[in-house]
Design a protein around this ligand. Structure first.
Ligand code: PGA
Length: 219
C-alpha cells in the first residue's frame, strides 16, 4: 500500500485556544502506518502543538508553513531552520500565497530548501504547475494550481495526476507528489486514488477538526 500524505495548512488562522480545542477534537481514529498526517500551524503555535501531540501521543507530525532563507543570525523577524528543528519535521516551502503576496521568488525558495536540508527538515515544495523549477534534492512536492486554492474549484483528478506524472518524470528525485486546492471530504478520494498522487495539502477544510478527520478517513 502506498503512503498517503495528508497535510493541514492552517495558514494565518487560529490562536492558542483554537489550536488546543482542534487537537482535543481531532482524536486518532485513523491510526494507520500508511497515512502520514502533518499539521502546519503558525509559528507561535508550534510549541503548544508539539507539547500536546507528545503528551497525548497523537499520530500527527508537525510542519512549519515557511522557513527563513537565512541561517541563524542578524535577521530580525525571521524564523530559521535552527530554531524550527526543535519543533517540526517538515517545512512547506514556496507556497503560492508567499510567491504572489510576499514576493517570494524561485531563488528564495531554493535558498529555503538549502536551509531545510541543513537542519534536517523535509521540505514540502509547492509548485503551481509542471514548469515551476524544483531544487534537485526535493522528494515531496505539492502541486497546487493557483485557480484551485480557496476557490471551491479544484483541479480535476485526471489533470492533477497528469501534472504529478510530469513532475516525477522531470525530477527523478521526487518520490511523492501531493495535490492541493479546494480538497474536501467528498473529493479527497478522487485524488488519492490516482496512482501518481500521494496525498493532499488541505487549507480551508483543515480548520474544522471534524471535517479534517473526514478527509483523513476518506483519503
Ligand atoms: P485550500 O488551500 O484547501 O483552502 O484550497 C490549499 C492550500 O493553499 O494549501
Amino acid at each position: 500500500m502506498k503512503n498517503i500524505y495528508i497535510i493541514a495548512n492552517w495558514k494565518a488562522n487560529k490562536n492558542t485556544q483554537d489550536a488546543t480545542s482542534w487537537l482535543e477534537q481531532i482524536g486518532s481514529s485513523w491510526q494507520s502506518e500508511s497515512k502520514v498526517v502533518i499539521l502546519c500551524p503558525a509559528f507561535p503555535l508550534l510549541h503548544v502543538v508539539r507539547d500536546f501531540i507528545e503528551e497525548e501521543n497523537l499520530p500527527l507530525q508537525i510542519g512549519s508553513q515557511d522557513i527563513s532563507k537565512f541561517d541563524s543570525g542578524p535577521f530580525t523577524g525571521e524564523v530559521s531552520g535552527q530554531v524550527l528543528k526543535d519543533y517540526v519535521t517538515y517545512s512547506i516551502i514556496g507556497h503560492s500565497e508567499r510567491r504572489e503576496k510576499l514576493g517570494e521568488s524561485d531563488e528564495d525558495a531554493a535558498q529555503k530548501v538549502t536551509q531545510a536540508n541543513k537542519n534536517g527538515l523535509k521540505p514540502v515544495f509547492c509548485v503551481q504547475n509542471a514548469m515551476t523549477p524544483i531544487p534537485y534534492s526535493i522528494e515531496l512536492v505539492a502541486y497546487e494550481p493557483v485557480f484551485a486554492i480557496g476557490t471551491n474549484s479544484p483541479d480535476t483528478p485526471e489533470n492533477a495526476e497528469s501534472i504529478a506524472r510530469q513532475i516525477k518524470e522531470k525530477n527523478p528525485n521526487v518520490k511523492y507528489v501531493i495535490y492541493g486546492g479546494s480538497v474536501t471530504p467528498e473529493n479527497v478520494h478522487s485524488f488519492t486514488s490516482k496512482d501518481q498522487i500521494d496525498g493532499v495539502l488541505v487549507g480551508t477544510k483543515s480548520l474544522d477538526p471534524v471535517t479534517f478527520s473526514e478527509i483523513i478517513t476518506n483519503s
